[in-house]
Design a protein. Structure first.
Length: 219
């Protein structure tokens, strides 16, 4: 099969996973079990020496990093309209995608994997607490993006077509529930996530990855 996606359930690889499913193209979804350390095995490191997901392989060409993969899929499947074609709208969509990837995503990493930044238990605890506060504010910013899109009469965050911003918003909101943040505190955002999850292609990916959207547990 020409197209192969290496993904981990619930990771940011959910974004290209949904785009491929929506495209209707034949592809091979290959699960990488991060909790078992498969990303560090020699076979996987031979594909991506950085040991990260997602990885897209197309006709033997390996593409890593979510922004690069999204831009590649947008060009490969232009009829899907994953990103706008008008210059300013396209730039603004990529701007938001980059912010999700370089700001919201690493903030969660500081909560979920503080050991990547320090080996001191007390500092790890401080990182989790501090960044959880930051993440609450970032979810509020996501909710503002949803409200702005809806006020503009857009069906999705970057326009009339489902795209990477919508899939990433679901992922980032779901991560918030893992961080102990109640999604019901962001009603517009949570309602939008339900809309995303209800898309048939997205629902198939959720089933394949065996995801539960809301993992929040009250203290």
């Amino acid at each position: 099969m020409a197209l192969q996606l290496y993904f981990a359930p619930g990771a940011c690889s959910f974004v290209p996973h949904t785009l491929l499913e929506i495209s209707g193209a034949a592809f091979e979804p290959t699960m990488v079990k991060l909790h078992k350390g498969e990303q560090n095995e020699a076979a996987y490191k031979a594909i991506n020496p950085r040991g990260q997901v997602p990885v897209l392989v197309d006709e033997g060409q390996v593409i890593t990093q979510i922004v690069a993969i999204v831009l590649y899929l947008d060009q490969k499947f232009p009829a899907a309209g994953f990103l706008p074609t008008e210059a300013v709208a396209r730039a603004k969509a990529i701007e938001t995608l980059a912010w999700m990837n370089n700001t919201v995503h690493p903030t969660f990493t500081h909560i979920f994997m503080p050991h990547k930044y320090t080996d001191q238990a007390a500092v790890q605890a401080e990182l989790k607490t501090y960044n959880t506060g930051l993440y609450r504010d970032l979810l509020a910013q996501l909710q503002t993006l949803v409200a702005a899109a809806q006020a503009a009469g857009q069906g999705w965050l970057s326009g009339a077509h489902f795209g990477p911003l919508d899939a990433y918003t679901l992922t980032l909101t779901r991560w918030g529930t893992l961080a102990g943040i109640d999604p019901l505190n962001y009603p517009d955002l949570w309602s939008f996530v339900q809309q995303v999850a209800a898309e048939p292609a997205v629902a198939r990916v959720i089933e394949r990855e065996r995801l539960q959207l809301n993992l929040f547990k009250p203290a």
